[in-house]
Design a protein around this ligand. Structure first.
Ligand SMILES: [Zn+2]
Length: 317
């Protein structure tokens, strides 16, 4: 083959196209067979590891419109001026910094322009750590930062939610639910039961979010193994919480168990040979102090540092 032919081949769209992302290990089979599936590397190692956004033009115009409306409603609800809020600018800036570093690390600026993401830190209540992603709004509790010991662990939580957004998991799930509706429930005594297809889709999304979040972490110079530690800390915190602990014991059919997820994370890191990194705190002390200084207001006016274990070690600012 001549040099020109080679160049043409390299420049052809087929050669430039990225292979579709496949999970390194089939998570559903891995879970059902007790993990008896050999991990297989999907890509040969390249840096940065590719993280491809889902092509949202696949969705119908009507479904995209519904998503935009849902997003507006979320934001309006979240930014309601009547809600009492705590002033936590350092905590908000910390989450924003982490998100920006993850986006820059994988060169996702263009993808984010095509599908904008709104980051909202829950500044109206405190207690339990959680993060969620729906309709382009990433909502995160300050506790997600307060219970962690490194920026890498905070980044792991944000990276997981960022993948849910990039891969349009919420939009895809809505389509699955439409095709395979939930049954029963609908009254105040019972919740509707999700279909087998919905649960499989959810598990697949959770595993894809875990797998790709590890690439986001590695690309941004964070330690990918922080993802497993972050999960363990969230679970321990939720279970030890007097209010939320009761709920935790009931199990959550929409997510694989902590054991399945942490084992999966370890296997993906090994299969893809993701490099580890020294973890840093990156200003986490100031965030902890800011969160601990909040008080509930009202008669007792108890500060967070008096109520929650994770603030007890924080020095008062
Ligand atoms: Zn998730």
């Amino acid at each position: 083959m001549t040099m020109t032919a080679w160049l043409l081949l390299l420049a052809s769209p087929a050669a430039a196209q990225m292979p579709a992302f496949e999970l390194p290990i089939n998570p559903l089979r891995a879970a059902r067979d007790g993990g008896a599936v050999a991990p297989e590397p999907v890509f040969t190692r390249t840096v940065p590891f590719p993280v491809e956004a889902y092509d949202r033009s696949k969705f119908s115009a009507a479904s995209r419109r519904a998503q935009a409306q849902a997003r507006d409603a979320w934001l309006k609800d979240n930014d309601d001026p009547r809600v009492v809020r705590f002033t936590i600018p350092k905590t908000k800036a910390y989450f924003e910094k982490v998100l920006e570093r993850l986006i820059a690390g994988s060169g996702l600026e263009k993808a984010m322009q095509a599908a904008p993401l709104a980051l909202r830190v829950n500044d109206s209540s405190w207690g339990s750590p959680s993060a969620s992603m729906s309709s382009g709004v990433l909502r995160v509790d300050p506790e997600v930062a307060a219970i962690m010991d490194s920026e890498d662990e905070v980044a792991a939580v944000i990276a997981h939610e960022l993948v849910h957004h990039l891969r349009a998991h919420h939009e895809q799930l809505l389509q699955t639910v439409k095709k395979h509706p939930r049954t029963g429930g609908g009254d105040m005594f019972s919740a509707p039961v999700p279909s087998k297809q919905e649960l499989e889709a959810r598990w697949y999304h959770e595993c894809e979010a875990d797998a790709l979040s590890l690439r986001l972490l590695a690309n941004a110079g964070y330690d990918p193994s922080a993802a497993a530690d972050a999960l363990r800390k969230v679970k321990a915190e939720v279970e030890s919480d007097p209010i939320h602990g009761a709920r935790a014991g009931r199990g959550d059919p929409t997510h694989p168990s902590l054991e399945v997820r942490t084992e999966y994370i370890a296997r993906v890191i090994a299969a893809e040979k993701l490099p580890s990194a020294a973890r840093t705190r990156g200003g986490l002390d100031e965030v902890h102090a800011e969160c601990a200084a909040r008080t509930r207001g009202g008669p007792g006016d108890e500060p967070a540092s008096e109520i929650y274990r994770h603030y007890k070690t924080v020095k008062k600012p």
